[in-house]
Design a protein around this ligand. Structure first.
Ligand SMILES: *[C@@H]1O[C@H](CO)[C@@H](O)[C@H](O)[C@H]1NC(C)=O
Ligand SMILES: *[C@@H]1O[C@H](CO)[C@@H](O)[C@H](O)[C@H]1NC(C)=O
Ligand SMILES: *[C@@H]1O[C@H](CO)[C@@H](O)[C@H](O)[C@H]1NC(C)=O
Ligand SMILES: *[C@@H]1O[C@H](CO)[C@@H](O)[C@H](O)[C@H]1NC(C)=O
Ligand SMILES: *[C@@H]1O[C@H](CO)[C@@H](O)[C@H](O)[C@H]1NC(C)=O
Ligand SMILES: *[C@@H]1O[C@H](CO)[C@@H](O)[C@H](O)[C@H]1NC(C)=O
Ligand SMILES: *[C@@H]1O[C@H](CO)[C@@H](O)[C@H](O)[C@H]1NC(C)=O
Ligand SMILES: *[C@@H]1O[C@H](CO)[C@@H](O)[C@H](O)[C@H]1NC(C)=O
Ligand SMILES: *[C@@H]1O[C@H](CO)[C@@H](O)[C@H](O)[C@H]1NC(C)=O
Ligand SMILES: *[C@@H]1O[C@H](CO)[C@@H](O)[C@H](O)[C@H]1NC(C)=O
Ligand SMILES: *[C@@H]1O[C@H](CO)[C@@H](O)[C@H](O)[C@H]1NC(C)=O
Length: 428
C-alpha cells in the first residue's frame, strides 16, 4: 500500500506532466479543451472581494476581468455550456455603472477609455450572438429600448467616445486620449497598482493618444454599424481609422504602433513604435466588421489582409525554428511579460478567429496561424490541473502561470470554433 502522501505526490506528478489533450481537427476535442481551461479560470481566479472581478496577481487590472467575461460569452455560445451564464450576468450588471456604459462609480478617478472598452466588448459580443439579456432595469421596456439592453449599453459607450473625441480633438487633428477624465487622478487613484507604476502611468495617461483606445472606439463603431446598418456608426469608424493612419499609429505595411502624445505642444509629432499584439487585433476586428458592413467594398478586405500579414510578420516567428506560433514579441522571449501583457495574445487569437468568419477570403491564412498556435498553447498547458504557460513555442510548460496565460490559451482554443459559431445577428 502506498502511504497517502506518496499517492498524492504521484497524483501531482501525473497532473503536472500531462498536457492538455487537443486534436485541432476534432471539434469535440477542441470544445473539451476549452471546457478544461474555462474551469481553470474559475478554479484559480474566481474568488474576488470586488464584485464581478477575477482574482489576479498584483498589479490588478479591472479591464482584464472585462476581457475575461467577453471570452466566457464566446465560450458559452461556442460550446452551449451554460455553466457560467449567471456569473457573467452578475459580473456585467455589477460593473455597468449608473449610465449603463461601464463607467461604474467604484472605478472612477482612474478608469480610462481602454479599460471601459474592454468591458463594452462583452456587451457587443452578447448583442451579436443574442446572448440572454440582463433583466431590464426599467421593467416596462423591452428589446433594444431597454436601458440596459446589450445594444443600449454599446450605444451609450459609443456616445461617450464621441463626446470625448470632440474634446480631445483640440490637438493632433483628432484622436482619443488614453484617460478621458482630465480631473481624474489617473492611475494614481488605483490603489491596487504599485505607486511607482502609477506615478509613471499618471504622467502619461493625460496626454497619450494610444492605439488600444482609438482602435477600441473604431471597433465599437464598426460593430454597431454592421449590427444596425446605421451609417452614422460607419462614418465614425472611418474617421477614427483615417486619423489612425494620418497620426502614424498605423504605419506602412499595417504595422500598428502603441501611441503618440500631445504633451508639451508635441501635437503627436512623434510615435512610440512599440508593437503589442492587442493593438493590431483591436483594429483587425473593427476592419472585419467594416467589410461585413460595406459588403461589396474591397477597401476593408485589403486592409484586413494587410493587418493579418502584419500580424504574421510581427507576432508569429518566435524563433527561426518555430514559425506560425503566436508570441508577444516585446516581452516573451525574455520572460518579462506583465500580468496584462500575457493576456494580449488572447485578444489577437479571438479577433483573428472572428475576422476569418467576417472576411472569408482571409480565413486560410488565419487558420494557418491559429492552428499551430492552439497546438502550442495546449502543449504549454501542462502545469498543475492543466494551467497554461506563457511561451507556446517550446513544446511544453515554462512555469509561468496566471490569469492572462489561462485566458490567452482559452481564447486560442475558442478561435478554432468561431467558424462553426452561430451567424452574427443584425438588429431587428
Ligand atoms: C474527437 O474527440 C472526442 C473527445 O476527445 C473523442 O471522443 C472522439 O473519438 C474524437 N473523434 C475522432 C473522430 O477522433
Ligand atoms: C464564482 O464565485 C461566485 C461568488 O463567490 C459564486 O457565486 C459562483 O458560483 C462561482 N462560480 C463558479 C463557476 O464556481
Ligand atoms: C448548440 O445548440 C444549437 C441550438 O440547439 C445547435 O444548433 C448547435 O449545434 C449546438 N452547438 C454545439 C456545439 O453543441
Ligand atoms: C497639429 O496637428 C494637426 C494634424 O496634423 C494639424 O492639423 C494642426 O495644425 C497641428 N497644430 C499645430 C498647433 O501645429
Ligand atoms: C443612427 O445612430 C445615431 C447615433 O447613435 C443616432 O443618433 C441615429 O438616430 C441613428 N439613426 C437611425 C435611423 O436609427
Ligand atoms: C477617409 O479617408 C479616405 C481615403 O483617404 C477618404 O476617401 C474618406 O473620405 C475619409 N473619410 C472620412 C470620414 O474621413
Ligand atoms: C506591459 O507590461 C509592462 C510592464 O508592466 C508595462 O510597462 C506596459 O505598459 C505593458 N504594456 C501595455 C501595452 O499595457
Ligand atoms: C507568414 O510569414 C512567413 C514569412 O514571411 C511566410 O513564409 C508564411 O507563408 C506566412 N504565413 C501566412 C499564413 O501568411
Ligand atoms: C504543482 O503544485 C505543487 C503543489 O502546490 C507545486 O509544488 C508544484 O510546483 C506545482 N507544479 C507546477 C508545474 O506548477
Ligand atoms: C487540482 O484540482 C483538484 C480538483 O479540483 C484540486 O483538488 C487540487 O488541489 C488542484 N491542485 C493544485 C496543485 O492546485
Ligand atoms: C530551436 O533552436 C534552438 C537553437 O538551435 C534550440 O535551442 C531550441 O531548442 C530549438 N527549439 C525547438 C522548438 O526546436
Amino acid at each position: 500500500m502506498f502511504p497517502r502522501a506518496l499517492i498524492l505526490a504521484l497524483a501531482v506528478f501525473v497532473a503536472s506532466t500531462a498536457c492538455l489533450s487537443l486534436d485541432i481537427n476534432n471539434q469535440t476535442s477542441i470544445r473539451q479543451a476549452a471546457t478544461v481551461l474555462a474551469g481553470g479560470i474559475f478554479e484559480y481566479h474566481n474568488i474576488s472581494s470586488t464584485a464581478g472581478l477575477f482574482t489576479q496577481p498584483e498589479p490588478w487590472f479591472w479591464w482584464l476581468s472585462g476581457s475575461g467575461w467577453t471570452t466566457l460569452i464566446d465560450y458559452t455560445i461556442y460550446t452551449n455550456d451554460t455553466t457560467y451564464v449567471s456569473d457573467i450576468h452578475s459580473a456585467l450588471s455589477q460593473n455597468l455603472g449608473p449610465n449603463n456604459d461601464f463607467v461604474p462609480t467604484e472605478q472612477s478617478g482612474w478608469e480610462a477609455n481602454d479599460d471601459q472598452v474592454y468591458w463594452v466588448y462583452s456587451a457587443l459580443t452578447a448583442m451579436e450572438y443574442g446572448f440572454p439579456a440582463l433583466p431590464c432595469d426599467t421593467p416596462s421596456n423591452t428589446g433594444s429600448s431597454c436601458p440596459n439592453s446589450w445594444q443600449s449599453v454599446a450605444v451609450n459607450a459609443f456616445e461617450d467616445f464621441v463626446v470625448r473625441w470632440n474634446i480631445d480633438s483640440q490637438t493632433c487633428g483628432g484622436g482619443l486620449k488614453w484617460q478621458y477624465d482630465p480631473k481624474a487622478k489617473g492611475w494614481v487613484g488605483n490603489p491596487m497598482i504599485p505607486l511607482s507604476t502609477r506615478e509613471r502611468l499618471m504622467s502619461v495617461s493625460q496626454n497619450y493618444k494610444n492605439a488600444v483606445t482609438n482602435a477600441g472606439f473604431f471597433q465599437t463603431a464598426a460593430r454597431l454599424a454592421r449590427y444596425t446598418g446605421n451609417q452614422t456608426y460607419a462614418d465614425w469608424a472611418t474617421t477614427v481609422w483615417n486619423w489612425s493612419i494620418t497620426s502614424g499609429l498605423i504605419g506602412s505595411e499595417y504595422h500598428v504602433f502603441d501611441g503618440t502624445s500631445d504633451e508639451a505642444d508635441a501635437n503627436c509629432s512623434s510615435v512610440n513604435h512599440m508593437e503589442w499584439s492587442y493593438n493590431l487585433a483591436s483594429y483587425l476586428h473593427g476592419a472585419a466588421h467594416m467589410h461585413a458592413y460595406a459588403k461589396e467594398d474591397t477597401i476593408w478586405e485589403t486592409i484586413v489582409n494587410g493587418l493579418v500579414d502584419s500580424a504574421n510578420t510581427t507576432f508569429f516567428t518566435p524563433s527561426s525554428n518555430a514559425t506560425g506560433i503566436m508570441y508577444e514579441q516585446i516581452c516573451e522571449r525574455q520572460a518579462m511579460c506583465s500580468v496584462d501583457n500575457t493576456s494580449f495574445k488572447g485578444s489577437l487569437a479571438k479577433w483573428m478567429g472572428k475576422a476569418a468568419v467576417l472576411v472569408p477570403s482571409v480565413a486560410p491564412k488565419i487558420n494557418a496561424l491559429l492552428r499551430p498556435s492552439a497546438q502550442g498553447a495546449a502543449a504549454s498547458c501542462s502545469g498543475n490541473n492543466s494551467t497554461c504557460g506563457t511561451k507556446w513555442y517550446i513544446g511544453g510548460f515554462d512555469g509561468q502561470t496566471g490569469f492572462g496565460q489561462e485566458l490567452s490559451a482559452l481564447d486560442t482554443m475558442l478561435s478554432l470554433l468561431a467558424a462553426d459559431a452561430p451567424k452574427l445577428s443584425v438588429s431587428a
